[in-house]
Ligand binder design. Structure first.
Ligand code: PMP
Length: 355
């Protein structure tokens, strides 16, 4: 802190990103990255685009990518907004569409960037507790508000909300923006994109970081009716008129075009998740039902932090949140078959030495 800081900067509580430690032979199950690299067609597209043309600015409208995404989702290109990771899309959304006199609603246990952005953009919020079994209850979101944002599936619980519930919420709050953050939806959730055609207040936010293995390139997007997308475009053009670099634009297109790679790896990941869930349950863990590429689990009698530290000593890192209600849980990213086997072996060793 120094005298040059604005009061806003001094008051911020920045988001703490998951660690990227340089530990050799590490089993990294802490930041919900995909265990496999992107499709070979994506890597080819990046190599082909890595030419002298990198001296040129990228297409500021990301025209081809927006066209590709529009066709994929059955909307028109002017209903698609792209940005540097869904975190950037969310930043424009919070500042441009979720800030009102009446409070923004979101769950108490949710993606930690929501409180960070709310503070950054000075947004009035009302935090809605999850139920005792860690679910979002749509009925708790009734009543006046300025806007609503929910991840579906929720993070870090992994629990999904049925489309019928989101549809109900969108109809009840027809005059407020209802934003659905679908970072993990490809792993078994129900997308709200079909609601966009009938609900002018619904906006869906997606990322290439999880199911498309492209966290390193930072690609996110939003889909909504035109007036909401226009608001995001105004925000973008006021901050950064180039939404995505050249390599990210071609990589994203190639990823969408390789549906076979995408769906086979998604299915394989879901199968590993179900297998890991069974193995954790067999070891006495309570595992919340996940529709994401992670599980949220606790072992009665063991502190989350102690368990995370013991795993780390065995070169397996998982995420632990020192927050009320969830401090006994671990959020474990679904790794490859071999990585999950290493996790289970590490847990068995920990429990054996505790006996
Ligand atoms: N939304 C949720 C719910 C997330 O968990 C994440 C990943 N941390 C994001 C959005 C952001 O993803 P990205 O910026 O990599 O697209």
């Amino acid at each position: 802190m120094s005298k040059f800081w604005s009061p806003l900067v001094a008051s911020l509580e920045p988001y703490v990103a998951g660690e990227q430690p340089a530990i050799p032979d590490l089993i990294k199950l802490n930041t919900n990255e995909n265990p496999w690299g992107p499709s070979p067609r994506v890597l080819d597209a990046i190599r082909t685009a890595a030419t002298d043309d990198l001296r040129l600015y990228p297409d500021p409208s990301a025209t081809r990518l927006r066209q590709t995404l529009a066709t994929y989702h059955g909307v028109s290109p002017d209903q698609v907004f792209v940005g540097n990771g869904s975190d950037e899309v969310l930043a424009f959304l919070f500042a441009g569409l979720l800030k009102h006199d009446a409070p923004l609603l979101y769950p108490d246990i949710t993606y930690s960037f929501y409180p960070t952005y709310s503070r950054l953009f000075d947004i009035n919020t009302r935090i809605i507790p999850l139920s005792d079994d860690f679910r979002i209850r749509p009925e708790d979101y009734a009543g006046p508000c300025g806007a609503i944002i929910l991840p579906n599936p929720n993070a870090p619980t992994g629990i999904g909300l049925p489309l019928a519930d989101i549809s109900q919420l969108a109809s009840t709050h027809a005059d407020q923006v209802v934003a659905i953050d679908e970072a993990y939806v490809d792993f078994g959730g129900e997308t709200a994109i079909p609601l966009v055609a009938t609900h002018e207040n619904v906006i869906v936010i997606r990322t290439f970081s999880k199911s498309r293995s492209l966290a390193g390139l930072r690609i996110g997007y939003a889909i909504a009716q035109r007036p909401l997308i226009e608001a995001l475009e105004q925000m973008k053009d006021s901050f950064n008129s180039y939404p995505l670099d050249r390599l990210a634009q071609v990589a994203a297109i190639a990823s969408i075009e390789d549906e076979a790679w995408f769906s086979s790896h998604r299915d394989r990941l879901i199968a590993i998740r179900e297998d890991l869930t069974a193995k954790l349950e067999a070891r006495g863990f309570e595992v919340l039902p996940s529709q994401a590429n992670f599980v949220f689990a606790r072992k009665p009698g063991f502190e989350g932090k102690t368990l995370a530290t013991a795993l780390r000593q065995r070169a397996v890192i998982v995420r632990h949140f020192a927050r009320p209600r969830i401090s006994d849980f671990l959020r474990i990213t679904i790794g490859s078959e071999a990585e999950c086997a290493r996790l289970i072996a590490a847990l068995d060793a920990i429990f054996e030495s505790a006996n």
